[in-house]
Design a binder for this molecule. Structure first.
Ligand code: C5P
Length: 225
């Protein structure tokens, strides 16, 4: 089966408070998006990488990866899900898609391999996830604890998330049209009653969101084993 990767990279990264969109910040001599694309483009089982860009993107064309023969770009949309859908439009309907955040540059081939292999057991699709480590609290709006939430069977949803292209397109489109809260691909599948599996991924596959994350990601990229 054909496997493609879709990289939503159309966000502006407002929580970072930087002048550049966060995927274009430099970590260890290379942009965050560059690290992410290198990992996906060099994976032997990935046939094509589709990156969804902001219509105002002035930076992508300067990346050394921009001219890679396995890479295609598309204009993204208003929400992350719209950007993913734009990417899915360039995919073969019989293929499987690995959807991976541009802002997760510390991805490893080892985790991609694990996720791809899981399709033999979980034909409905699966996502990389990390078990919750800390004690979890629910609070009131005022920030006062109302409850300790049992952390057993609680996971951080990471990416890539791995689904058949046709099903993911269909359920993402329907869930968006229904106004459902869709913050990752799995939530669109769940909305349609399809329950994806979790595959334990590495905890260093962080999403660079706040300025503090830059130092961590830089360290993880240097020490990746
Ligand atoms: O904002 P957040 O960190 O959740 O974004 C996750 C990923 O989705 C980022 O890589 C961002 O560039 C992408 N995104 C997108 N289109 C949007 C919003 C976010 O491709 N409209």
């Amino acid at each position: 089966e054909q496997i493609i990767a879709i990289v939503p990279a159309a966000g502006i990264g407002s929580r970072m408070g930087a002048e550049l969109p966060k995927q274009y910040l430099i970590l260890n001599e290379q942009t965050i998006l560059g690290h992410t694309l290198d990992c996906l483009l060099s994976h032997p089982q990935i046939d094509k990488v589709i990156v969804a860009l902001n219509p105002q993107d002035d930076y992508f064309a300067n990346l050394s990866q921009a001219s890679h023969p396995k890479l295609q770009s598309v204009t993204g949309g208003k929400e992350r899900a719209d950007s993913v859908l734009a990417g899915l439009q360039l995919a073969d309907s019989g293929a499987w898609a690995l959807v991976h955040d541009a802002a997760r540059p510390c991805l490893t081939h080892q985790d991609i391999d694990k996720l791809i292999a899981s399709a033999a057991t979980f034909p409905q699709g699966a996502i990389l996830a990390a078990p919750v480590r800390d004690t979890m609290k629910r609070t009131s709006r005022e920030g006062v604890i109302t409850e300790t939430v049992c952390r057993e069977q609680l996971w951080h949803a990471l990416t890539p998330q791995f689904f058949p292209v046709a099903e993911l397109s269909r359920h993402l489109t329907a869930a968006l049209a229904a106004g459902a809260l869709i913050t990752d691909e799995a939530s669109a599948m769940e909305w349609a009653g399809i329950m994806p599996a979790v595959v334990t991924g590495r905890a260093d596959n962080i999403k660079v969101t706040h300025p503090d994350d830059l130092q961590l990601a830089s360290l993880f990229l240097k020490n990746s084993i």
